[in-house]
Design a protein around this ligand. Sequence first.
Ligand code: NAP
Ligand code: MG
Length: 499
Amino acid sequence: MAVKTNKASPKKTNTIKLKFDTSWSYAPAPESKSAATINKQYDLFINGEWVKPAGGKYFDTINPANEEQLSEVAEANVADVDKSVKAARTAYEKVWKKMPAKERAKYVFRISRMIQEKARELAIIESLDGGKPIRESRDFDVPTAANHFFYYAGWADKLEYAFPNRVAEPLGVAGQIIPWNFPLLMAAWKIAPAIATGNTVVLKPAETTPLTALKLAEIIQESDLPPGVVNIITGAGATGAAIVNHPDVNKIAFTGSTDVGKIIQRAIAGTNKKATLELGGKAANIIFEDAPLDQAVEGVINGIYFNQGHVCCAGSRLYVQESVAKQVIRKLRDRIESLIVGDPLDKNTDIGAINSKQQLETIHKYIKIGKQEGAELYESSCKLPGKGFFCRPTLFTNVAQSNRIAQDEIFGPVLAILTFRTDDEVIEKANNTPYGLSAGVWTDKGSKIFNMTKRMRAGVIWANTFNKFDPSSPFGGYKESGFGREGGLHGLSAYVNTV
Ligand code: NAP
Ligand code: MG
């Protein structure tokens, strides 16, 4: 396939637009919206019932791919939060903590199976509400969410093996607050270990993506889980803050930005509340000259562009060994040109819609900053849909370590590429960030992988792959990426006191 570059004047701009001769195009293959039922309005799911918000307020949730309203959802105020915490407390004291663990496990299994039964509907709603490609929601988000319930259901009556010679006791009421990038999956990460270990829950999804959590509430209601064990309430940041500040909450599990994580940490300082904070990231993907380059390029593409870069562990910094840098950059430029940006419901789509107008503006702001900082920008020449929030896959070369595009979390399909010569140099550079959530190493040598993983400060390091998840494997960060682990055995210990 021939690659032609536009002869854009380098004097006027440091942007080069690529033009690619694509000799084929795909016929649209849209998933049908009719397989999903979305109500016009959603109330709050408290004590096993749908209740009107005390303040009578509702807000819209839209489809970011066409800016149309999908539904309106209730805004929970302090009184609603109090009502849900009370429901969770009563369910905890009267029912859930007393129930034999093997009985609790059956409910968790049932929820998992029901997620599987409704997988198609959940995937469609996830893509409609959040903008992520249906391929991602269908093949990753929904099955992984079901797997988390399965995995933790299995542990529920085996805690004595998880914590040998100790008794694991639940903490009580858990307040759980989740972001917009993996709405159903984050809900599963939080709810499954909490209820499997005997806690009860008040969960708040993000303002822009409440719908799959509300579908999960319907599933939970249908599963006959005792009322009050899981309460799902919608609202904005103030609702989240009311959960954090409620005196009868024993544990806060938060996934979101580092800024809000810091607010939460300050708010709970001096209280008995336990916390796990899963925050931002600026993952380094490192390609050594001995790596299988095509595989590495595909891993980088998967790590930053799929899911629009809306991934806390996105490989947003790429360090390439100098000897292969030219080759890798050329391959990356060719590959981003072939990525399909567009309708999230189309099964061919690689990059869907940016989650919100605000997030798109943030991404554009960083692209501008990158250019001002003197980095060289390449972006795909693809046509963007006329409506909705979309962004071309973009990469920057000639990036300096101190540039903001190499330091700040952009949370969009924007890759900063830097080069290195030696192991020591790249470790120093990769660790030189306030974050420490994840990283990737691409090399042919096992010894190099072990050397790198030992010296890098990141909670998860993938070797010759990227963005792989499994319920049995713990996930979480260092430094400003937060503390505590979710998933695996570690994820259990975040919800119990061992005596
Ligand atoms: P965010 O703005 O921090 O919001 C996260 C959640 O907190 C939302 O439900 C939000 O409500 C709520 N919230 C806002 N202000 C609050 C406050 N003062 N007190 C309590 N809750 C409050 O983050 P986001 O923009 O939704 O998500 C993107 C961020 O999440 C990125 O930084 C990403 O790296 C991080 N993330 C981390 C992980 C991980 O495992 N480490 C996983 C996924 C995402 P509203 O939606 O109404 O604002
Ligand atoms: Mg939405």
